[in-house]
Design a protein around this ligand. Structure first.
Ligand code: ADP
Ligand code: MG
Length: 212
């Protein structure tokens, strides 16, 4: 299978670095389902290509939404457990987003709030954030969550392990109830499975394991 068979936008395909010749297994599984607007519980080990497995369809959906309605950004939020991961995902998705004329901003601790507010003032459609900093900005009403209809929890097992669940619940309470939620994880501890069953609506459970 090739990336173009996954019905991705030509501008996204053109911006994809040439070393990405074929989608990985988890990308093959999740991209069509996410484009079809279904909630997803995706399980695959570290290094299996999960960033693009949610990143590519998310960017395509943001672009479609922009064409269809006059939305006030941001429309999509990727929550991750660490600053390093937020930066890494931002770096991978930024050039792809730019090719689709989509603005992205990374929000995490360790960066001056004024700097992040200046970045937010540019009206980014996609946020990559750690829960603590995002909640902080939401509680100060420096950011409107009203149009965020796409939510990704990446490394959901680590979000849970690192004790972010109370913050995430507060964030969830501020987001529109009608949204698409995507949960990506390397492992599925019982506690996460329980949370997923409440958080996701009629999800597709997609798993890619070594040798699969
Ligand atoms: P995960 O989030 O599952 O740990 P990443 O999204 O960080 O995995 O990707 C792991 C590595 O695989 C990265 O170096 C990334 O550039 C590379 N990669 C992702 N998708 C592909 C692909 N389709 N073809 C080749 N390499 C890929
Ligand atoms: Mg990852």
């Amino acid at each position: 299978m090739t990336f173009s068979e996954l019905k991705l936008h030509p501008d996204l395909l053109a911006a994809l670095p040439s070393q990405y010749q074929r989608p990985t297994r988890i990308q093959q599984l999740t991209i069509p389902v996410i484009l079809a607007k279904q909630d997803v519980l995706a399980l695959a080990q570290t290094g299996s290509g999960k960033t693009l497995a949610f990143g590519l369809p998310l960017l395509q959906k943001i672009q479609l939404q922009q064409l269809q309605q006059d939305l006030t950004p941001p429309q999509a939020l990727i929550l991750v457990p660490t600053r390093e991961l937020a930066t890494q995902i931002g770096t991978v998705l930024q050039p792809l987003a730019q090719a689709m004329h989509i603005g992205t901003v990374t929000l995490c601790g360790g960066v001056a709030q004024e700097q992040q507010l200046a970045a937010l003032a540019t009206g980014p459609q996609l946020l990559v954030a750690t829960p603590g900093r995002l909640l902080d900005l939401l509680e100060q009403q420096l950011l409107s969550p009203d149009a965020i209809t796409q939510l990704v929890l990446d490394e959901a097992d680590r979000l849970l392990e690192m004790g972010f669940w109370p913050d995430i619940q507060k964030i969830l309470a501020k987001l529109p109830a009608k949204r698409q939620t995507l949960l990506f994880s390397a492992t599925l501890p019982a506690e996460l499975e329980n949370i997923a069953s409440h958080l996701l609506t009629d999800p597709a459970r997609l798993e890619a394991h070594a040798g699969n």
